[in-house]
Design a protein around this ligand. Structure first.
Ligand code: F6P
Length: 325
């Protein structure tokens, strides 16, 4: 066991429901181990500006059920550069802190890895992003809630689509990853699911729309991940109108997917990972992410979390058309 006297925690990148639950777990586990805990407000940007505050057990009362992150977050441009990271490391040193838990996605993990590599700050990452696109963990904190939020909107859209005999294109988040699109598409009974990982042509969409109407469908729903090569849902609707004279209604779910009270699955995951992040540091682990795979806690070198690619479930990609036919 390492002797750690002081530890800091921050949230970085896009917020995700469950981040508060993760902070709470880190703070209370550390205090239980006799460690003084500090919260860094505003992610790496806040670190650079010295936004460090002591946290107590009571600082994290009544937040497990709250969306967002009470520590606030940022996408820091300055921290992408060594000068920014140097300033961040200096701030930590001024506070006599050499151990840091970073809750965020791959961009945040890049920053954490550099902080360790260049300035020997011990870092442990907790995967917190609605995108679920992190290698080394089956789930990221926030993904399950985002899926539930998107799905409840899709169910509502289905009602109105069916009443008016309409085709809907629903755009969900995921610039580079189709995890949300695939899961809500399957669970919402979507006729078509467009994910960035898989190419689809406009011609194929036109053909599918004809098939649906021939098979007696009076309404249908396509789920589009925002990063699809064919364009945004609005652009795809425009192209379908121009090329096939097909009218599609569009609903962009946008940032609604990032908010809201975390599901039980996300609270549980965040609580587990928060606890294990502190214990990883105590056990001398650094430059790693704690994750959850096959019902076990995992420790993955940060570099692998973005260098290795987590694939979409190939079977789901294959079967959704059969199930919605
Ligand atoms: O990484 C999470 C995410 O919500 C992505 O799905 C989305 O593409 C992006 O963040 C949006 O980021 P921002 O809120 O900074 O525009």
């Amino acid at each position: 066991m390492q002797k750690i006297k002081r530890l800091a925690v921050l949230t970085s990148g896009g917020d995700a429901p469950g981040m508060n639950a993760a902070i709470r777990a880190v703070v209370r586990t550390a205090i239980d181990e006799g460690i003084d805990v500090f919260g860094i407000y505003g992610g790496y940007e806040g670190l650079i500006h010295g936004e460090v505050m002591p946290l107590s057990r009571r600082s994290v009362s009544n937040i497990i059920q709250k969306g967002g992150t009470f520590l606030k977050t940022s996408r820091s441009e300055a921290f992408r550069h060594k000068a920014g990271r140097k300033r961040g490391a200096e701030v930590l040193k001024e506070w006599n802190i050499n151990d840091l838990v970073v809750i965020g996605g791959d961009g945040s993990f890049h920053g954490a890895h550099k902080l360790y590599e260049e300035f020997k700050v011990n870092v442990i990452g907790i995967p917190g992003t609605i995108d679920n696109d992190i290698w080394g963990t089956d789930l990221t904190v926030g993904y399950d809630t985002a899926v539930h939020t998107a799905l409840s909107s899709i169910d509502k859209i289905r009602d109105t689509a069916a009443s008016h005999d309409r085709i809907f294109l629903v755009e969900v988040m995921g610039r580079h990853a189709g995890f949300i699109a695939l899961q809500v598409g399957i669970c919402g009974g979507a006729e078509e699911i467009l994910v960035p990982e898989k190419e689809t042509t406009l011609g194929h969409l036109g053909k599918m729309i004809k098939t649906w109407s021939k098979s007696g469908k009076t309404s249908s729903l396509m789920v589009v991940a925002e990063g699809h090569k064919l364009g945004s849902a609005n652009e795809i609707a425009y192209k379908l109108k121009n090329n096939f004279n097909v009218d599609c209604h569009v609903c962009v779910l946008g940032h609604t997917q990032r908010g809201g009270s975390p599901t039980a699955t996300d609270r549980l995951l965040a609580s587990r990972l928060g606890y294990h992040a502190v214990h990883a540091l105590l056990n001398g682990k650094t430059d790693m992410m704690v994750g959850w795979s096959n019902n076990h806690i995992t420790h993955t070198p940060l570099i692998e979390t973005w260098e290795k690619k987590k694939d979409l479930d190939a079977e789901l990609l294959k079967i959704y058309r059969i199930l919605s036919s």
